[in-house]
Design a protein around this ligand. Structure first.
Ligand SMILES: *[C@@H]1O[C@H](CO)[C@@H](O)[C@H](O)[C@H]1NC(C)=O
Ligand SMILES: *[C@@H]1O[C@H](CO)[C@@H](O)[C@H](O)[C@H]1NC(C)=O
Length: 246
């Protein structure tokens, strides 16, 4: 009788600890789940309402809007690009078209569809794009439709002072494909209205070409932002809590 009470007590305490470790809106996937990818996929879809509003307690940023303080183009080449205080609407309408997870190799692959994104922010650009020298800084806004994103994440396990194993991003590759869109950059060339208008028209009449050229820069900036967000969340929950053995 005493043993049963004791077991009950232990279960109750560990149950409380577990609930505190992982918020109830995260549907836990066991390590030996018959289809782990499917499980993680539905867990993410299940979390959409929380992803939309964000959960500050768990460092989960809001997707609606998604605010990126700074996107700096780190890719080499002949263009310097910095976007700051970018406010993006529409990211919470993502659909997860593919997800593959492998807990042996700690590799995660996801494909996303983003039907429509609108963005506002500040830009600072200097360099050659679509055969034009573009220079300026100021407010910008734009829309992109029918975008796709492909993300490949290599995680690694590390131990924290508490003796537990945690996951963090070791390597991330992001690819984006933008089908259509329009962009408006204010104050190009120090506010020269004629040149500014001409460059905006050139960008919009060859939007795909423009996006293709700034893509490597955008992809690395998005990868960096995503790494920060993912690590912020992952460092709070031990690996074995995220993916329990059974
Ligand atoms: C597991 O789930 C993934 C993602 O939903 C799916 O593509 C795959 O066909 C499933 N595999 C099996 C063996 O059921
Ligand atoms: C983006 O879409 C909004 C809402 O439809 C529109 O008001 C705005 O002018 C668009 N921006 C560009 C640069 O086309």
């Amino acid at each position: 009788m005493k043993t049963i009470v004791l077991i009950g007590l232990v279960l109750a305490i560990s149950g409380v600890a577990l609930a505190r470790d992982l918020p109830e809106f995260i549907h836990v996937c066991k390590k030996n789940e018959p289809n782990l990818s499917e499980c993680i996929k539905s867990s993410i879809i299940n979390m959409k309402p929380q992803l939309k509003t964000g959960v500050p307690d768990y460092k989960i940023p809001s997707l609606e809007p998604l605010i990126l303080k700074e996107l700096v183009a780190t890719a080499g080449g002949n263009i310097k690009l910095k976007l700051t205080n970018v406010i993006i609407h529409g990211a919470s309408d993502f659909s997860l078209t593919k997800l593959k997870a492998n807990l042996e190799t700690l590799t995660f692959v996801a494909d996303l569809d983003l039907p429509r994104l609108s963005l506002k922010g500040n830009y600072d650009v200097n360099g050659r794009i679509i055969l034009l020298h573009i220079r300026g800084n100021g407010p910008m806004e734009g829309n992109v439709t029918n975008s796709k994103g492909f993300v490949k994440i290599q995680m690694k396990e590390y131990k924290k002072e508490d003796g537990e194993s945690y996951l963090k991003v070791a390597e991330i590759k992001t690819k984006i494909f933008v089908q259509d869109g329009a962009l408006h950059l204010q104050n190009l060339f120090g506010g020269d209205p004629v040149l500014g208008e001409a460059v905006n028209n050139a960008i919009n009449s060859n939007f795909n070409g423009f996006v293709t050229e700034i893509k490597p820069a955008l992809e690395s900036a998005i990868s960096n932002a995503f790494t920060d967000i993912a690590n912020g969340i992952l460092q709070q929950v031990p690996f074995k809590t995220l993916f329990p053995e059974s």
